[in-house]
Ligand binder design. Structure first.
Ligand SMILES: Cc1cc2nc3c(=O)[nH]c(=O)nc-3n(C[C@H](O)[C@H](O)[C@H](O)COP(=O)(O)O)c2cc1C
Length: 334
């Protein structure tokens, strides 16, 4: 007999081809071959974060991930990447089965280009109207991500998004819920509300298999929920997407960076598109400094509010087992 969790995850599992409908959301620098394969090997669904990688680097990363797992995994592409269509071609070459388009509305032809080689497309949508439009125009599944999440965030909390999106969409569409999920009890409730599955990032970032620097992981183990704060927009003309990260010198430097980019905008040295790219490049560099170099003072310690529930380094399989056990226990108590 299937467990209650299995029953509620059935649609999501069938779509992902994994044992559990639990995605590890792509995290730039963190979600590379080691973590991605560990997640998929543990029954979850790993997603490579392409971030600012070149097509050549993505090619190598997919190849290396395939060598470490025979289970399905996905690739997350940022829609504003200047070589998006080349990256899609790399996914095609490797027969990638699931592509996640993140960071904005998918540009014209991108969803079609992915579907043309038979892969499934997952998209993010900040509003219900946009979600409906994307699902109508070919997206196969939706991720709703609340402001509790780590990394780039929208303004609305997961609990509100879930109430807005799930009753409207969950019957006919696959919706995965992300942001602020630290334990299986929360997974149980989103599944009961109709979610096909969930996506976690923060909970897995400091797992044993994550290549993140030991000091990055230590910062996670020490941090409380209230220390994972959203960045503040400095200039009303420069709409920066807020980023949730642990408070440090790096978060203060971002304020200075915004002023610098706004000044370039004023001087006509860059247009709005380039200004936003400069900001995004700043984050990619700052995140690398923290994740890879272990510079936890000046780098960006992107983390969600669930960081308060991450207290020690655990293998991915143990984290997955706890989440599933907590979820099942919660459902059995109902
Ligand atoms: C360190 C870090 C880096 C992230 N980088 C990306 C990214 O490159 N692309 C993306 O779509 N989401 C990114 N995210 C968001 C995650 O994929 C995921 O949706 C989020 O972490 C889920 O919320 P949680 O952190 O509360 O579990 C990042 C999150 C973290 C913590």
């Amino acid at each position: 007999m299937p467990t209650k969790t299995e029953t509620l995850m059935a649609r999501g599992k069938a779509f992902l081809g994994s044992e559990y409908a639990i995605l590890c959301g792509a995290m730039s620098w963190v979600s590379e071959r080691n973590l991605v394969s560990a997640i998929s090997n543990a029954g979850g669904f790993g997603v490579i974060a392409c971030g600012a990688m070149t097509p050549e680097l993505l090619d190598a990363e997919i190849e290396a991930t395939k060598a470490l797992t025979s289970k399905p995994f996905g690739v997350n592409l940022i829609t504003m990447h200047p070589k998006l269509f080349e990256l899609i071609e790399v996914c095609h070459k490797h027969g990638v089965t699931h592509v996640v388009l993140a960071g904005g509305i998918p540009p014209k032809g991108s969803v079609e280009a992915i579907k043309a080689f038979g892969a499934k497309v997952l998209v993010f949508a900040p509003t219900l109207a946009l979600a409906k439009k994307l699902l109508r125009s070919g997206a196969d599944a939706l991720v709703i991500e609340g402001s509790e999440a780590g990394g780039h965030i929208g303004p609305v909390s997961t609990s509100v998004l879930a109430q807005e999106f799930l009753p409207a969409l969950a019957e006919d569409h696959l919706v995965f819920v992300a942001g602020g999920i630290g334990r299986g009890e929360a997974i149980a409730s989103y599944l009961e509300m109709g979610a096909a599955g969930v996506q976690l990032g923060t909970r897995f970032a400091a797992a044993a298999e994550s290549i993140a620097h030991p000091d990055f992981k230590k910062a996670f183990f020490r941090a409380a929920a209230r220390e994972a704060v959203a960045s503040v927009q400095v200039d009303p003309r420069l709409p920066v997407i807020p980023v949730r990260a642990l408070k440090n010198k790096g978060t203060e430097e971002f304020t200075a960076k915004q002023r610098e980019v706004a000044a370039k905008l004023d001087a006509g040295e860059v247009d709005m598109h380039d200004a936003q790219l400069l900001i995004e490049r700043y984050w990619a560099g700052a995140l690398r400094r923290a994740v890879i170099d272990g510079d936890v003072e000046n780098g960006s310690l992107m983390a969600g509010q669930s960081v308060g529930m991450v207290s020690k380094e655990e293998p991915v399989a143990d984290i997955m087992a706890s989440l599933i056990a907590e979820c099942e226990a919660a459902l059995n108590k109902r």
